[in-house]
Write a protein that binds this ligand. Sequence first.
Ligand code: PXL
Length: 280
Amino acid sequence: MTDKRVLTIQDISCLGQCSLTVALPIISACGVETIILPSAVLSTHTGGFTGYTFRDLTEDIPGIMNHWINEKQSFDCIYTGYLGSITQIDYVGDLIENVLNEGAVKIIDPVMGDNGRFYSGFNEEFLKNMAGLCGKGDVVLPNITEASFMTGLPYRAEGHDEEYIMSLLHGIKKLGTKKVILKGISYEKGKIGVAVYDCISDDLKYYFTEKIERNSHGAGDCYAAAFTGAFMQGFDEYEAAKIAADFVVESIKKSVGDENHWYGAKFERALPNLVNMVNK
Ligand code: PXL
């Protein structure tokens, strides 16, 4: 039997512990072969550094894809993260058409913003296109900011209630998505959680963990990568969502108190437990 292979497309932020520099080690640690397609190379991520370099690799994507087609290479999952342009979103559509095996899983993390704001460089036009891509997703993993932007609902930082969360989930369902993992839900102080929602059966489950008061850039990328690894190892979406949540909480805990490490979460220290969880 051949092992599952995941293609992930997102940027390389050389320093910053996000996107490909976390996706590759985390998915690999789950025991899943990871094929990467870098969408851009930045010296650092854009969240808090100034003067970062940015080399857009959009032009390289069709050539890379065509080579894989010629080599008859195809994948069991595509997991998309930070994309740098609308053209790249279109190219993801081409990858979905051309390099996926039958029944392959499409996992879309609509990376665009946090805390009620777009990340640097994103706008309404990109948002519209990303919402379109989410419509093709088997699993979409927005945070509250991204879900509110894609549904046109107001952003609420905390003090959520079930009515608000349901309206976000139903809004994402309308895009055409099959399953939603909505991150960053706050129903009570000191706790943070995810909703795991099946748009077809209407099944909804929550998983809450303690909330650690530390701004952790890239935590969403660590979450999506661990989810992808666990899901491709055969855990259902709820179990994979739980494993990813526990992994991210541990990664953030291991980062608390190190002021020099403000730019990301020390996920490396939580990898041994992730490996244990996916091998149970
Ligand atoms: O963690 C998301 C992310 C990924 N890639 C780049 C980013 C960010 C968030 O700011 O700047 C380049």
